[in-house]
Design a protein around this ligand. Structure first.
Ligand code: 2AM
Ligand code: CA
Ligand code: CA
Ligand code: CA
Length: 268
């Protein structure tokens, strides 16, 4: 993707993300209409839909040749990542949005011919924008993020993961995962995949392990983590499919082999 074109798209995307975030903050105490999707704990609100619709309208107006993949279905149904594709999660961490009114993010990844060019993750209530352009480094607001530390050891690592890994699950023996959390230094569960990617990029957690996420949960995060030297694969260490669901490991490259070895040991 041409640098001038990319800069223009990046500036525009950033403006829309900040604007959409401001709209959410303004309405944060308004009554919510909450529906459920795949199960009673899988929430969606009018604000998720309104925010996605806002992006889709703006993109269609300004970039009619671009494609959109969005969680709430206002985008396109794509079977390939050819051309420029905006991969959007209007609110990542809807449960946090509903119950906590914080700890949720707007996530926008912009890919060109399958390559992640731009990543934007906006922690709306904290007003912190994590952002990156491929090969130009990653930023937290105006501050450039440092490359990930070289010497992080497995037994000193903090890993983001939710508690389902420790319950009977279809992917990995929970006994092995219980051993895993005892052998790392600590675990954290933030409830927003996008923010967990951002924290890996920031180096405040050293990895994030997650079951079955959609492209919009991870598209921006992959670009941002990549810019600080982090690596993202599926939980077997294989390349991700950005048109399907994936169980994902994003982490400091020092830890990747150790974590994947653990998973392999318990893999079903
Ligand atoms: P969401 O809030 O955009 O749905 C919470 O554990 C993280 O997992 C969030 O990033 C959430 O994104 C994501 N997630 C993906 N599929 C989910 C589902 N079926 N139910 C709840 N959270 C889901
Ligand atoms: Ca959702
Ligand atoms: Ca999400
Ligand atoms: Ca969402």
């Amino acid at each position: 993707m041409n640098t001038d074109v990319r800069n223009a798209i990046y500036n525009q995307a950033k403006e829309w993300v900040l604007e959409a975030g401001k709209n959410i903050r303004t309405k944060i105490d308004d009554p919510l209409v909450i529906d459920t999707k795949s199960n009673p704990n899988d929430l969606v609100t009018t604000m998720d839909k309104e925010t996605e619709a806002y992006f889709v309208e703006k993109i269609n107006q300004n970039y009619p040749e671009h494609f959109i993949i969005g969680e709430e279905g206002y985008g396109d149904k794509l079977t390939a990542l050819d051309g420029t594709v905006w991969i959007i999660d209007p609110i990542d961490g809807t449960m946090n949005f509903v119950h906590q009114k914080r700890n949720f993010a707007i996530s926008v990844g912009i890919y060109h011919d399958g390559i992640g060019e731009i990543g934007l993750i906006y922690d709306v209530m904290a007003d912190i924008l994590y952002h990156a352009k491929r090969t130009e480094g990653a930023y937290k607001n105006e501050n450039k993020l440092a490359p990930l530390k070289q010497n992080v050891k497995f037994d000193e690592a903090i890993i983001g993961l939710n508690h389902f890994w420790l319950c009977d699950n279809r992917l990995v023996d929970e006994k092995v995962m219980q051993q895993f959390v005892r052998n790392i230094r600590g675990s954290r569960t933030y409830g927003s995949a996008a923010l967990e990617f951002a924290y890996v990029a920031e180096g405040i957690v050293n990895g994030y392990l997650t079951m079955s996420l959609a492209p919009w949960d991870i598209a921006a995060g992959i670009v941002i983590v990549n810019e600080v030297g982090g690596v993202t694969t599926d939980i077997d260490g294989a390349k991700l499919n950005m048109l399907a669901k994936n169980s994902v490991l994003t982490c400091n490259p020092n830890l990747q082999q150790d974590i994947i070895m653990y998973l392999k040991k318990g893999r079903k």
